[in-house]
Design a protein around this ligand. Structure first.
Ligand code: ATP
Length: 246
C-alpha cells in the first residue's frame, strides 16, 4: 500500500523570484496490487508526484509511507533497501549502452550484492517474462524501442519489487508497440501482484491499463476516476476535456 499524506514539492519560480508548488499538499492512497494512473497536461506535476513516491524527489512537507513504513524517517542505508522494493521504468528507457540486455537486467542485482549464480537465474527468469530470452546477448542499440522498454521493465522487476513506478513508459513508442508494452506491464501486475503507478498524458493508456487514475492540473489532484472495462465516468470538467481529446 502506498500512502501519500499532504506531500508538497516546491521549486524556485521560473521568473526567478520566490517559489511555486509543482505539487500542492496532496494526499493519495494506492492499494497493493492496483494499477493506478497519473494523468494530466504537460507541467501538471505528474512526474514530480511519481518521484515523490520513492523519494527521488524529497517532499518539502508531508509523509510518504510504503507498506506502513515512513520513508522520510529512513537513514540512507534503509532507504536504499526500501528502494529495492520500488522499481522504476523511464520514458527514454535509461539503459546502459555498453552493457548487454542481460547485463542491464543484472545491474540492480549486482548493486544489491546478489551472488553471480542467483543473478544469472533471475535475469533468465525476467527476460523470459518480458519475452526477450533470445536477445540476452544483444546490446540496446540493436533493439527496437518496444524491446528496449521491455528490458527496462525486466530490470525494474529483477529485485522482486512490490511496486513499479512507470514515467511515461510508452510516450516514445508507436501505438502498436505501446500495446505490447502495456500488455507486458499488465501481465506482471496479474502474475506477481506488483502495484503499478504509471504517469501518462494519454487517456488511451489509462483505459487500456489502469483500474483508477488521478487527474492532475497545476499541481493538484482535481479528480480520481475509476475505469470499468474501458469506460471512464466522470462529472469533472477537466477530466471530460481530457476524455474528449482522447
Ligand atoms: N527540478 C526542477 N526544478 C524546477 N522546476 C521543476 C523541476 N522539475 C519540475 N519542475 C517544474 O514543475 C512543474 C511540474 O513538472 P512535472 O515534470 O512534474 O510535470 P508533468 O506533469 O510530469 O509534465 P510533463 O508531462 O511535461 O513531463 C513544471 O512547471 C516543471 O517545469
Amino acid at each position: 500500500m502506498i500512502e501519500l499524506e499532504s506531500v508538497r514539492k516546491r521549486y524556485p519560480a521560473p521568473q526567478g523570484s520566490g517559489w511555486f508548488d509543482a505539487v500542492h499538499p496532496t494526499s493519495l492512497r494506492i492499494a497493493q496490487g492496483e494499477i493506478f494512473g497519473l494523468i494530466g497536461q504537460s507541467g501538471a506535476g505528474k512526474s514530480t508526484l511519481l518521484r515523490l513516491i520513492n523519494l527521488l524527489e524529497r517532499p518539502d512537507a508531508g509523509q510518504v509511507r510504503i507498506d506502513g513504513q515512513d520513508l522520510m524517517q529512513l537513514d540512507a542505508r534503509s532507504l536504499r533497501q526500501m528502494r529495492q522494493k520500488i522499481g522504476m521504468v523511464f520514458q527514454q528507457f535509461n539503459l546502459m549502452a555498453n552493457r548487454t540486455v542481460a547485463g542491464n537486467v543484472a545491474f540492480p542485482l549486482e548493486i544489491a550484492g546478489w551472488s553471480a549464480e542467483r543473478i544469472r537465474a533471475r535475469v533468465d527468469e525476467c527476460l523470459e517474462i518480458v519475452g526477450l530470452t533470445e536477445r540476452a546477448r544483444h546490446y540496446p542499440a540493436q533493439l527496437s524501442g518496444g524491446q528496449k522498454q521491455r528490458v527496462g521493465i525486466a530490470r525494474a522487476l529483477a529485485p522482486h519489487p512490490s511496486v513499479i513506478l512507470a514515467d511515461e513508459p510508452t510516450s516514445a513508442l508507436d501505438p502498436q508497440t505501446t500495446q505490447s508494452v502495456l500488455d507486458c506491464l499488465k501481465d506482471i501486475n496479474q502474475r506477481f501482484g506488483v502495484t503499478i503507478v504509471i504517469v501518462t498524458h494519454e487517456m488511451q493508456v489509462v483505459r487500456a491499463l489502469c483500474q483508477r487514475a488521478a487527474v492532475l492540473s497545476a499541481g493538484r489532484i482535481v479528480d480520481v476516476v475509476e475505469v470499468q472495462g474501458s469506460d471512464i465516468t466522470t462529472h469533472h470538467a477537466q477530466t471530460r476535456a481530457l476524455l474528449e481529446e482522447a
